[in-house]
Design a binder for this molecule. Structure first.
Ligand code: NCD
Length: 318
């Protein structure tokens, strides 16, 4: 093998995308593998490249966030880029004066090299892409999608399990409104997995996602209790009931405690299962579960930093 071929073989295959708006853009194992290879390199070394030197990333968040915003900001800083930010943009940006999202995006494109956007409306990131001259990263569009979360979820499963194929994965909680679920289901459907949708009937996964699973032959089961399911699962992915998407507080209160994972339930789970949660947790995983070595949700949040570093590098470094 000559030197040139050798370098090419060893180079991570970081295929280029211009924006990240939906997880469907990643339904290509080469893109995923290339991205995770870079994320892994970042995780295993404290000596990070200065690859974003001279770049400015804007975080524009119209909904609350801890992990997504701060991990994107930390990812930028760790690669020596700079951050400009408006948290609570609905209140503190010119949106409060009636400015449209489109005008705000066009303006920020004059200041930043990429925009990380969280917005309460489904499709907001795609609207932003229509008018933007810099990459847009969807950090959650209402009850739509959350593609970068699904990527870090998949990265975490890959770290914990030797193979994705063959896994039995339970998705628990608010599958109707949970955008992390909508993105993760699509990403998992690239693999030979079996899915269990554990939710009250009113919060079941929207039919459009199930129709797609049937079309591509992914087996799934709807479950309205833990019984006869928990003991089969390799991955237990719990989500919060999305209070902010309910029309009334009463409706939320009626349903919010339908599924709570505690140590009694964990006793029935497989010894080598893992428990995940995109966080924030309200009470759907009892605090006592944190001491169980199968609980991986804080490690999962930590992985968000490395996956987002890899994403920023993919989008911003030629
Ligand atoms: C999630 C979100 O905002 O969709 N949080 C996150 O980004 N980690 C989950 C949630 O809010 O329940």
């Amino acid at each position: 093998m000559n030197n040139q071929t050798k370098t090419e073989v060893n180079k991570p295959k970081l295929q280029k995308l211009h924006d990240v708006t939906r997880v469907a853009q990643f339904q290509n194992k080469d893109i995923i593998n290339g991205l995770f290879e870079v994320a892994n390199e970042f995780k295993n070394s404290s000596d990070h490249p200065e690859s974003l030197h001279g770049k400015v990333v804007a975080t524009l968040f119209y909904e609350p966030s801890t992990r997504t915003r701060l991990s994107f900001e930390a990812a930028t800083e760790r690669l020596h880029g700079k951050i400009i930010s408006t948290e609570n943009a609905g209140q503190f940006s010119s949106a409060a004066k009636g400015e449209t999202l489109e005008d705000t995006i066009k303006t920020i494109c004059g200041y930043a090299d990429a925009i990380v956007l969280r917005h309460p409306e489904i499709g907001a990131a795609e609207r932003a892409v229509e008018v933007a001259s810099v990459p847009i990263i969807n950090a959650g569009d209402g009850a739509g999608e959350h593609p970068t979360q699904a990527l870090l979820d998949l990265f975490t499963i890959r770290e914990e399990k030797p193979e994705i194929d063959g896994l039995k994965i339970g998705l628990v909680g608010d599958l109707l409104n949970g955008r992390t679920i909508h993105s993760l289901v699509q990403l998992l459907s690239m693999y030979d997995v079996e899915l269990f949708f554990i939710a009250p009937e009113q919060l079941q996964l929207p039919e459009k996602y199930k129709a797609r699973l049937r079309e591509i032959g992914i087996k799934y089961t709807d479950c309205d209790s833990w019984d006869n399911t928990i003991e089969k699962l390799d991955v237990i992915y719990v989500t919060r009931v999305q209070k902010e998407r309910f029309e009334s507080e009463e409706d939320y209160i009626k349903i919010k405690d339908s599924f709570i994972l505690d140590t009694t339930i964990m006793r029935q789970a497989k010894q080598d299962s893992i428990v995940m949660h995109p966080l924030p947790r309200v009470n759907e995983i009892a605090l006592e579960v944190d001491a169980d070595p199968r609980a991986k949700y804080f490690e999962q949040a930590h992985n968000g930093l490395y996956v987002r570093m890899a994403l920023l590098q993919m989008l911003l470094v030629p």
